[in-house]
Design a protein. Structure first.
Length: 168
């Protein structure tokens, strides 16, 4: 009887030790996973912030160039370094018409855009008709930045929206 009692004590003591070891292993695995998720979250958020900063910078450059006089000041479709559609801080109809005769890749080069862009507005006429936008419309965009700028067209203020985006 005494032997049986000691054996029961020995077995129950061993079960407690095994259960404690399982708990320690589970806590270790959980903590390693938690630390991995934390490190991933820190790295991912800083990467996303860098991409957004890049897009805001590019959008600022693109909108500034678009609302500038361009280079050379009297540029043509055959002779431009940078594109701009204004003269004396107002939209120049001749430059606007010349701009709309360019294809998207020429516009992209003339505006120094590295990513896709889309520009929309209301109340602008080019090449004899109403124009509301140009560029590539953002569909399934992974990153998208919008910049609003104001200018004068036919002695009226207008708002122009610039979208810089990256497709999937």
């Amino acid at each position: 009887m005494l032997l049986k009692k000691r054996m029961v004590q020995f077995i129950s003591t061993k079960k407690g030790q095994i259960w404690g070891m399982d708990l320690m292993i589970a806590i270790t695995i959980f903590l390693v996973g938690l630390m991995g998720a934390y490190v991933y979250a820190i790295n991912y958020s800083s990467e996303a912030g860098g991409i957004l900063d890049e897009f805001f910078y590019e959008g600022s450059v693109l909108s500034s160039l678009f609302l500038s006089e361009g280079s050379p000041i009297n540029w043509t479709q055959d002779n431009f370094d940078t594109l701009g559609i204004t003269s004396n801080n107002r939209i120049n109809q001749t430059k606007l018409d010349d701009f709309f005769q360019l294809n998207y890749l020429e516009m992209k080069r003339g505006l120094r855009a590295q990513h896709d862009f889309y520009i929309n507005f209301t109340g602008i006429k080019a090449l004899g008709g109403n124009v509301e936008s140009f560029g590539k419309k953002p569909i399934n965009s992974k990153n998208l930045v919008k910049i609003e700028r104001f200018t004068i067209y036919e002695n009226k203020p207008i708002k122009i929206n610039f979208y810089i985006w990256e497709g999937e």
